[in-house]
Design a protein around this ligand. Structure first.
Ligand code: ADP
Ligand code: ZN
Ligand code: ZN
Length: 752
């Protein structure tokens, strides 16, 4: 007897283990590792699907109780089998359920409508067809005649042309098929996101630095296909051209490439550069595509119709037959960290996939994550620097404006005197201005200046944001209420907004520069599918003078006429309660500053802040990554934060607050016992930054230590403890680990 260990495609945490099924004789040949099967499940024996993880000859329970597999649904392709191995790794590393890890790497093959193109073809030779047409004329069969005559002129016609222009009904077509006059051919038609047009092949001559970078990666690959590199290149240094060059060589060897780009930076300009080089063999996926559209792209990849896939985090799981390289552009971006279970990180997961499939991983950024930099500086991955801009432009000149020395105004300081003067100057020269604000909405939180009460969402425990028209909106759950006229706590009339959003900036700019043409880009103005693109291309075409926006305007866009970038309220992100707040601030400011002066005219950047002496702001102003890294790394070392130490976050959530608190305390007590005298410290449990989302309470407990292995050991015991304790059944627990260095065992290549 042979038995299959089956991972059941069910979310329930309690069922997250494999179940053994008997392989019936008639399926003996078909059931193998990696196939999807149907089997009876539970007391009611309902039919469920599952993945065969392994096959064995020993029953784990009473053989009489082992149910047989019903049927084999699909066979996984070789690509998908490798992805299954990746899912197992994701489960082990990030502590998700196997089912959700599998769903992440092998998106459910929903039965989405497969679009077929139908062609009506003449099934007779011309003589017979002409005879039949005569007969139809005699019998006054007008519709049949129309179709026959059309087919005599053009032997293959799209189905829609027959039913549309020729007014032939489906019934008539079916009858003619039955009579053997015509036949219908079907071809599968993929929804292709790449516009079907000829692309001019644009050659960019790589400069010396770029050439050297590409050569180093290519020779690295020749020595070891799964090598890893970090390109630390200032904004505008031409990293994308280096990727394109390397990918071109890899594709020439018959391998494929995945290029990860943060969704927010997935710009038209970047895509066009890839299309120009690789034409229709490039595809893209993004979050606005339907499941069917995404699946089409994965199918095309599996069938060898594509060489390059571009997309955000999930593109990492493109099932290519012979993957050669994974590029992660803007590697430091937070969007590479999944927020849902499994909380995988694209960088680590790319390392793993590269190791499993013998593919090279190239990271690129102007402001690499501390993790990637640490790995590069300790020699675990190759470090390549591009320190000059590729085009003509020099890096912009940057000035810090101390808002504390400005006269305070009622609406908060939006545009300082210095910024207004620079804007005026820029507009007079006919050049463009960008204003970057790290917020959205008309204004920020509403606070009572009598009692200090702030208006918060009743479900999520975050500040509500005041929108134009007087509505207060929760940006987590969407809860909306009218702005009260008096403070609900003390009844005073002094409810005030202390922060501001892009709408308020727009109002202020229009007042100060009434003749300037102004555009605004944030999540509120981008509603339709192409709204973002429209605004950006209008601005790129110089149809406006000033662009105001949030993060969406600072990533990856190239606007040659922009010579002034104003950064409003630079220190907002410093106040986020997270150990990486400095890093986030530095990255954001550096990226924003990099937008100015991308052509031959020199750019200027003004950074408005209440904390002009902060090193993250000073280093960003100086575009000095290395200085920032040194300083920030010292802080991480002193405090034991990643990448100097390892940190595991145990995220717990539950609708019952008291139950959550109790469970959190049990977790802590249990971990204290497991850890004993080992060098691991426990922080919390405490409320998450957002303590409640959609009525579910959230707490987090951190384990911090120099050894990742110790943390994993502790987590392993915790998982077992939780599994056998009924009390945890209604608590959702996920783990997120940042490891000391990249050489954590899990990211290591097999055999290392
Ligand atoms: P990064 O990705 O490093 O920010 P890009 O690859 O977007 O830089 O390049 C910045 C700009 O420089 C783009 O407009 C690009 O077309 C141009 N560029 C890149 N490489 C070259 C080159 N070798 N010669 C001329 N222009 C280049
Ligand atoms: Zn009050
Ligand atoms: Zn809410």
């Amino acid at each position: 007897m042979r038995y299959a260990d089956v991972a059941v495609d069910i979310t329930a945490k309690a069922l997250d283990r494999t179940f053994q099924y008997l392989i019936p004789e008639h399926l003996e040949k078909e059931v193998e590792e990696g196939v999807i099967i149907q089997a009876p499940f539970g007391n009611g024996n309902r039919t469920i699907t599952g993945y065969v993880m392994s096959i064995s000859e020993t029953p784990r329970v009473d053989p009489d109780k082992i149910k047989p597999i019903i049927a084999v649904v699909t066979r996984l392709s070789d690509e998908e089998k490798r992805l299954t191995a990746l899912a197992v790794w994701i489960r082990d590393r990030y502590g998700s359920s196997l089912a959700s890890a599998l769903r992440t790497v092998l998106p459910a093959r929903k039965k989405t409508a497969v679009r077929q193109k139908r062609i009506v073809c003449l099934a007779l030779d011309r003589n017979r067809a002409e005879q039949e047409a005569e007969e139809m004329k005699r019998l006054h069969q007008q519709a049949r005649l129309r179709l026959m005559e059309a087919l005599l002129q053009e032997e293959r016609l799209p189905y829609e042309v027959c039913t549309g222009k020729l007014h032939v009904t489906g019934t008539v077509i079916r009858t003619m098929v039955q009579k053997g006059y015509i036949r219908i051919e079907r071809t599968r038609q993929y929804r292709n996101p790449v516009p079907d047009q000829a692309f001019a092949h644009q050659e960019v001559q790589l400069n010396e630095q770029q050439r050297a970078a590409a050569d180093r990666i290519l020779s690295g690959i020749r020595q070891r296909p799964d090598c890893r590199f970090l390109i630390q290149g200032v904004t505008g240094s031409g990293k994308t051209e280096v990727y394109i060059e390397v990918i071109g060589q890899i594709v020439a060897q018959g391998k494929q490439a995945i290029v990860l780009i943060p969704e927010i930076a997935l710009t038209y300009q970047t895509l066009m550069r890839f299309y120009h080089r690789f034409g229709g063999r490039v595809s893209v996926i993004h979050s606005r595509m339907s499941a069917g559209e995404k699946q089409d792209q994965f199918d095309r990849a599996r069938q060898g119709d594509l060489d390059v896939m571009i997309g955000p985090r999930s593109a990492l799981f493109t099932p290519f037959p012979n993957l050669g390289i994974i590029v992660i552009d803007e590697e430091h971006e937070e969007s590479y960290q999944s927020e849902q279970s499994p909380r995988y990180h694209a960088r680590e997961t790319a390392y793993r996939r590269g190791a499993l499939e013998g593919a090279c991983v190239v990271l690129g950024s102007a402001t690499p994550s501390l993790e990637a930099s640490f790995a590069a500086r300790s020699g675990e991955i190759g470090l390549i620097r591009l320190d000059r801009r590729a085009g003509l432009s020099a890096l912009p000149a940057t000035r810090i404006i101390d808002l504390r020395s400005e006269v305070p105004s009622s609406d908060g300081m939006i545009l300082s005197g210095a910024l207004q003067a620079e804007m005026k100057d820029t507009l007079q020269k006919g050049e463009q201005v960008m204003l970057f604000l790290n917020r959205r909405g008309y204004s920020g939180s509403v606070i009572c200046s009598s009692c200090g009460h702030s208006l918060r969402c009743p479900h999520c425990d975050v500040s509500l944001t005041l929108h134009r028209g007087g509505n207060l909106v929760c940006h987590y759950c969407g809860h909306t209420e009218r702005m009260p006229s008096a403070c609900p706590e003390c009844g005073s009339q002094y409810l005030r907004t202390f922060r501001f959003g892009t709408e308020q900036v727009e109002t202020q700019v229009r007042q100060s520069f009434p003749s300037a043409r102004v555009l605004r880009l944030d999540r509120d103005t981008v509603t339709g599918k192409d709204a973002e693109l429209k605004i950006l291309s209008a601005f790129a075409g110089h149809e406006a003078d000033i662009l105001i926006g949030t993060q969406m305007i600072v990533k990856g866009h190239d606007f040659p006429d922009v010579t002034l970038m104003g950064i409003l309220m630079a220190d907002l992100s410093l106040n986020v309660p997270n150990y990486s707040a400095n890093e986030r601030t530095f990255q954001l400011l550096t990226q924003a500053a990099g937008r100015a002066g991308r052509s031959d005219r020199p750019g200027r950047v003004l950074i408005q802040t209440y904390k002009p002496e902060h090193f993250a702001i000073r280093c960003a102003a100086a575009q000095d990554y290395d200085a920032f890294y040194e300083r920030e790394m010292r802080f991480r070392q002193d405090a034991g934060y990643p990448p100097a130490g390892s940190l595991t976050a145990v995220h717990m959530s539950c609708a019952d607050k008291d139950h959550l608190t109790l469970a959190g305390n049990y977790v802590r007590q249990f971990l204290e016992k497991v850890i004993g005298d080992a060098p691991v410290s426990l922080l919390g449990p405490a409320d998450e930054t957002v303590a409640r989302i959609a009525d579910v309470w959230r707490q987090v407990l951190y384990m911090k230590g120099s050894s990742g292995a110790l943390l994993r050991y502790a987590r392993g015991w915790l998982e077992k403890y939780i599994e056998i304790n009924e009390g945890f059944s209604n608590i959702e627990i996920t783990y997120e680990t940042s490891w000391a260095g990249e050489k954590a065992e899990a990211a290591a290549r097999p055999g290392e």
